[in-house]
Design a protein around this ligand. Structure first.
Ligand code: UP5
Ligand code: MG
Length: 204
């Protein structure tokens, strides 16, 4: 995609930091399309006939990262669908389609591959939250979410992967001055107020 056709913002943060919650607000107020890499992987896992079903299932339960080819392809397909749909309905008004890519890239190889072969991101929204708070949220959600990774054993593994593999991606973008870092500890409404403020500065 050329940058005049699409605008991409990566949304990063630890497991349970509130990425999905804040993305829902941004979709409502800014007309972004929300693509959660985790949601796309869970849908692919459940798609009858998928050759990646059991691989994805094992990775998610263990908090491991699915090989990047799978995830990049799912994201690219989803973006293509939106861009083509807008073209057909001539709903694009010549303006770029805006995407929030949530929970991706969480490993350096994914970051490089996506920006090389799909399109560069405009900037990165990073939701920063202490582990104890994220754990509290995930265990609470786990009572009803049905997510295979919302249990204390999987959560521990997800935290480890985040620190060892995903934080280096945030640091990489930080060094390039492309990170908007937001404290994700307060209540959702307060986090969103701060997000709007900081986003205004970036989106102009
Ligand atoms: N909540 C939200 N904000 C709150 C606030 N400010 N105060 C109090 N509570 C708050 O929120 C989590 C819970 O907290 C909810 O109950 C919410 O109401 C509450 P949510 O908005 O869902 O947080 P989010 O950051 O989206 O948490 P999520 O669990 O989705 O994060 P993960 O990054 O762990 O999950 P994801 O779906 O992105 O990935 C899952 C797995 O998929 C990965 O572990 C990995 O195995 C795999 N994956 C890949 O392999 N590759 C990828 O590229 C992406 C994923
Ligand atoms: Mg999420």
């Amino acid at each position: 995609f050329s940058p005049d056709k699409v605008t991409v913002v990566f949304v990063l943060g630890g497991p349970g930091a509130g990425k999905g919650t804040q993305c829902a607000n941004l979709v409502r107020d800014y007309g972004f399309t929300h693509l959660s890499a985790g949601d796309l992987l869970r849908a692919e896992q459940d798609r009858p006939g998928s050759q990646f079903g059991s691989l994805i299932k094992d990775c998610i339960r263990n908090g491991d990262i699915v090989p990047m080819e799978v995830t990049v392809q799912l994201l690219e397909n989803a973006m293509t669908e939106v861009v083509d749909g807008r073209k057909k309905s001539s709903g694009d008004n010549g303006k770029p389609a805006k995407f929030l890519i949530d929970g991706f890239p969480r490993k350096m190889d994914q970051a490089l591959k996506f920006e090389e072969t799909v399109c560069p991101a405009k900037f990165v929204l990073f939701y920063d939250c202490p582990e104890e708070e994220m754990q509290r949220r995930l265990l609470e959600r786990g009572k009803t979410s049905g997510r295979a990774d919302d249990n204390s054993e999987s959560i521990k593994k997800r935290f480890r992967t985040f620190v060892e593999t995903s934080m280096p991606v945030v640091d990489y973008y930080e060094k390039q001055g492309r990170v908007v870092k937001i404290d994700a500890t307060p209540k959702p409404e307060a986090v969103y107020q701060e997000t709007r403020k900081r986003l205004g500065e970036r989106l102009g």
